[in-house]
Design a protein around this ligand. Structure first.
Ligand SMILES: Nc1ncnc2c1ncn2[C@@H]1O[C@H](COP(=O)(O)OP(=O)(O)OP(=O)(O)O)[C@@H](O)[C@H]1O
Ligand SMILES: [Mg+2]
Length: 335
């Protein structure tokens, strides 16, 4: 029997896009958090949503994972091939969510936390024990399994958090700042875990404050700012947005910093760090002219470093409008 359906392209698209959202909106009172953003995450890839504090990353994760409802004027949202408006239950069955704040219950052991999740997923007692043991082993928590989770280190709790998320065998997982607060070694362990998931074909939607993390893991990165996607692309594509690197001048004396900032009006100020950034391609010729310029302006920085563009630059460039808020002087170079 041949079945021909007009909706075939949609079905094909649903199979390849793990997540798609158009015109995603959310407001709290008169505060617009998400102002109509579009997202698509192909199945089996890692998508990183970046943005400064309060940009709306967690809000986006909560909407896509059905924990809160989108604004009524949002467009279509599909996760795992299911329509969020009509079939949130099917989405819940297909996904796993590790929230920004731990879901681990400290009063019970790591193993008990896992078995609780197995119960929630209606696994049989036997199957629950098998899955829990397997994941505890995989996340290097077997030894600590019988200890109260409150005695775990931050990294162990985060690993347990993700292990709990995986109990139901989700094909799409949301990780809201999976490595915030972890030391570099634990962060690398977590990256390894995420890479393994992806190697198994799982789709990962993560949020992060660490550009290095997005650079390491993500196939595509979107920078959220002011309720909109300020830029989206691969790490390499995003780096190309920033035309060149910069020279960073640091001062230890706030007065010296202020006087330099008022002299070098082309430089982007970072008041907190007492630093000024001067756009530069890092070439010898440009460095020489910058140094000459500083000499003639009588500016003497305590430290001078040359930066080639990285994701941090992209992030600062795209989210600059939120930084100079405390500055009452309008800036010519503000974007
Ligand atoms: N339930 C709520 N009621 C009112 N405002 C809210 C609520 N939840 C979030 N907000 C506001 O929405 C904005 C976005 O919050 P959200 O938690 O999504 O940001 P975020 O990007 O995850 O930030 P962070 O990096 O700090 O985790 C913030 O201004 C926040 O105060
Ligand atoms: Mg958040």
């Amino acid at each position: 029997m041949t079945v021909t359906r007009a909706s075939a392209p949609r079905a094909v698209q649903a199979a390849t896009q793990a997540i798609s959202a158009t015109g995603l909106r959310k407001s709290y009172g008169d505060k617009t958090v998400l102002d109509g953003i579009d997202l698509t995450v192909p199945a089996g890839t890692v998508f990183a949503l970046l943005g400064p504090n309060g940009a709306g990353k967690t809000t986006a994760v909560k909407i896509l994972s059905t924990l809160i409802t989108p604004g009524a004027d949002s467009g279509e949202i599909r996760v795992g091939g299911h329509d969020l408006a009509t079939d949130p239950q099917a989405i819940r069955a297909a996904i796993g969510v590790t929230g920004q704040f731990s879901a681990v219950d400290g009063l019970i052991t790591g193993e008990e936390n896992m078995l609780l999740m197995a119960d929630l997923h209606h696994l049989s007692k036997r199957e629950g024990r098998r899955v829990a043991a397997e994941l505890l082993e995989r996340f290097d928590l077997a030894e600590a399994a019988k200890k109260p989770a409150s005695t775990y280190s931050g990294g162990m709790k985060r690993r347990l958090d993700i292990a709990m998320t995986l109990v139901g065998g989700p094909r799409i997982i949301f990780l809201d700042e999976p490595t915030t607060g972890l030391d570099p070694r634990s962060r690398h362990t977590m990256w390894g875990i995420i890479r393994e998931l992806v190697a198994d074909g799982v789709t990962v939607f993560l949020t992060t404050q660490y550009l290095e993390e997005a650079d390491e893991l993500a196939d595509r990165i979107a920078v959220l700012n002011d309720g909109k996607i300020a830029a989206e692309g691969s790490a390499e594509e995003l780096k190309r947005i920033v035309p060149g690197g910069h020279v960073k001048l640091r001062f230890t004396d706030p007065d010296a910093y202020r006087s330099a900032a008022s002299t070098l009006r082309e430089a982007a100020p970072d008041e907190e760090a007492l630093a000024l950034r001067i756009p530069s391609d890092g070439s010898q010729r440009e460095l020489r002219s910058i140094l000459d310029w500083l000499d003639s302006a009588g500016v003497e920085a305590d430290e001078l470093t040359v930066h080639t563009p990285d994701l941090d630059d992209v992030f600062f460039a795209l989210t600059a409008s939120t930084v100079p808020a405390q500055n009452d002087q309008p800036k010519e170079n503000a974007r």
